[in-house]
Design a protein around this ligand. Structure first.
Ligand code: G
Ligand code: G
Ligand code: NA
Ligand code: MN
Length: 254
């Protein structure tokens, strides 16, 4: 209850903000996009991790409003960057399973894309497998609508959930994000190396883009690139930073 009321105030008092973490193409080695990650700074609690408030917001229903704030703010930021920086740069936004059930979701996203004149393919939606367990038929309908608008869909934390491969057949995913736990163990575990090889080969065969998450050093970056990963994400390439720092570090004025 306490966290709920603090969150309600947070929305009103501008305590929520967005950070951006670069996606780097393993071939061109250039920054091609960013994942959007919400941040909450409360005057009393200090910095609160999304790990500690997203679940609460999902239970209270506040995730709908918070999720809309994230979509709106991120797309507004992208529109601004597109004016100044001449790049076909995209943003990936995490969507909660609760947002997937919001019957206005598709319209809201489409309206924001129109408002900010952003082509659908420059928005990627990241979903975890647990978003897809319940009411598969409805999820399929929503994801197909987004797909038809050109919006890209990405399966997050791949390998940690039920990992039902049928999800890849049933839903129109464009990309897989291999979970950072696999990348973390690359140096020490032969089994992790084999798993990563197999997942990358599968993504390549299915013509899905593969993102390696949690890349923290040169060894991991080289290993996944050699196996055919398309995108690096992780502290080795860049930590999540605010919009100004992101533009300064990664965007090139046209
Ligand atoms: O940056 P990191 O500690 O912030 O993120 C922790 C977790 O919070 C990750 O699982 C991430 O997917 C999730 N997360 C971050 N931002 C958002 C958001 O805007 N919406 C949702 N639903 N989850 C988010
Ligand atoms: O669950 P999801 O993959 O959406 O969450 C992204 C989370 O991973 C965020 O908390 C982000 O800050 C974190 N993250 C991003 N890169 C790295 C990394 O290289 N190492 C670790 N440990 N965490 C990372
Ligand atoms: Na994510
Ligand atoms: Mn992930």
């Amino acid at each position: 209850i306490k966290m709920e009321s603090l969150l309600r105030a947070a929305l009103q008092r501008d305590e929520l903000s967005l950070h951006y973490q670069p996606f780097v193409n393993t071939q061109s080695q250039s920054v091609v996009g960013a994942e959007v990650l919400i941040r909450w700074h409360n005057p009393i609690l200090g910095q609160v991790s999304p790990v500690d408030f997203i679940e609460i917001a999902e239970h209270s229903g506040q995730i709908i409003e918070i999720g809309y704030f994230v979509l709106r703010s991120a797309l507004k930021q992208l529109a601004y960057w597109r004016e100044i920086y001449n790049q076909d740069f995209y943003l990936a936004i995490n969507l909660s399973p609760v947002q997937l059930k919001d019957s206005y979701l598709v319209d809201k996203i489409v309206n924001l894309l129109e408002l900010y004149k952003i082509p659908g393919h420059l928005l990627e939606i990241e979903l975890t497998e647990n978003a897809l367990i319940h009411d598969a038929a409805y999820a399929q309908e929503v994801l197909s609508k987004l797909h038809r608008k050109g919006i890209r869909l990405s399966l997050d934390d791949f390998g940690t959930g039920y990992s039902s491969l049928s999800y890849l057949q049933y839903y129109p995913f464009n990309s897989i994000k291999i979970d950072r736990s696999f990348i973390h163990n690359l140096e020490t575990s032969e089994q992790s190396r084999q798993l990563v090889n197999t997942i990358i080969a599968m993504a390549n065969n299915l013509q899905l883009s593969l993102v390696a998450e949690g890349v923290e050093n040169q060894f991991q970056a080289d290993f996944v690139a050699k196996q055919g990963a398309n995108i690096w994400q992780g502290y080795y390439l860049g930590k999540p930073v605010d919009a100004n720092a992101f533009a300064q570090q990664y965007l090139i004025p046209s």
